[in-house]
Design a protein around this ligand. Sequence first.
Ligand code: AHR
Length: 497
Amino acid sequence: MIEAAFFIRTGQPIGTISPRLYGHFAEHLGRCCYDGLWVGTKAPVPHENGLRADVLRALQALPVPLLRWPGGCYAEHYHWRDGIGPADQRPRRLGLSCGLEVEDDNSFGTHEFMELCRRLGAEPYLAGNLGNGTPQEFSDWVEYCNSRFDTTLTRERAANGSPQPFNVKLWGVGNENWGCGGNFDAETYAKEYRRFATFLRHVDPGAELVICGTGDVRYTGDVWNTAVLRTLGPHIHLVDHLSIHQYWIHGGPETGFTEAEYYALLAEAATTEQFIKRTAAIIDAEAGGRRIGVALDEWGVWHPEARPWGPGDVDRRTPVTYEQANTLRDALAAGIAFEGFHRQCNVLAMANLAQTVNVLQSVVMTDGAAMWLTPTYHAFSLHAPHIGAAALPVELVHNAALPDGASAVSATASEKDGQVAVTLINRHISQPAKVKLSGSGTHTQAAGRLLAADSPQAVNSSAQPDRVALAELTPYRDGDTWYVELPPHSMATVQLQ
Ligand code: AHR
């Protein structure tokens, strides 16, 4: 049995854990939007105006405070006008993202997305098309969504069912423009951004604009971020957030991974915090004192089974899905990322898991009429008490080390309404852990929830939807000190009051 001890410093918050750090990302890719979130109004599965009912319920319970759409790479050839107006009159387009070609009937468009956000209580985050769109097209979308003036576009919005503006604050101005979004060099993209952003701000001076930054997977190094911000120079005021993407790709196969691969994935998840810190340092150096948030608007595990980015089969007949198994290991990796998000909450402006349903590290999966929650769903659920809370410093008193030198047990804590929430991860693959929690406050009651399974390889499926599920955990007390016992490869949240 491993022994670990932490001291929670209440009353000295690091900052606020914005609900935007628990955001999600839904792209028109594979079965995320079509078939996952949206089944259409004629679907055999229960739906609410075309939104899949069981998925809706699951996401409402999570919660989902922020949702980015429609891409990803899809955003860079999406023309928003295709997705408004009577569904049967919308054009059928060749949907393109990440090397896929699909038939897209545009039945899930702006109004359907806004309705989804309304039902989820999610803030919408729209990614606009800089790659093959124009500043006019993008400005029109902002006007259509946000303007209070009586214009042809806002009359059209009203005729399509929404007299009130949608008031979308967050707008991504391009996506991965170093790659799928136009293969720009940094300087050329920054100049395009400047042109687009100028007109977007004219339409809505309150819009929060997100500039495309680097993604670790295919564009390594931080050179892009420095060059983009430096090129903006005196126009840096046009930038509110800098988007970065990180996918963890070094954990071997989705299941059947070795012990070394188990630890490799967790270690890679931990590097996300370094990426956030490095990006914040570049902003500090290049933004001339302007406060620009780091927007980690795509993150998560990308297993080889979800196939590499690109066209895939030459004849394009085999369905390519970007789907992958989601194990307890992946949920622990998400928990490790959350620890870093909390510590960096003063510079991290948002984070969006890729992707919500069926694709990559989804929280929900569907197969015909079946729907199940992935272990990553439960990781989010365990962290719900931290949303909007004050992040607290956690001091490591003593701990055991993993083979790679990392702490075997890790912890993050927050405080809200007099309650302290502590999430613990026992990363050790085979050893249980006894964890001692003490702090500067006195708490007389505690409750806990545990995410565990017999193996880190455990997955949920339509046949076994609850193989990895949350269970009650009972902390025990000795004076002002609380104790919990965690099985190997597990995660738990303890709430003290
Ligand atoms: O999430 C899948 C893809 O990964 C996104 O479309 C793109 O932005 C990234 O390359």
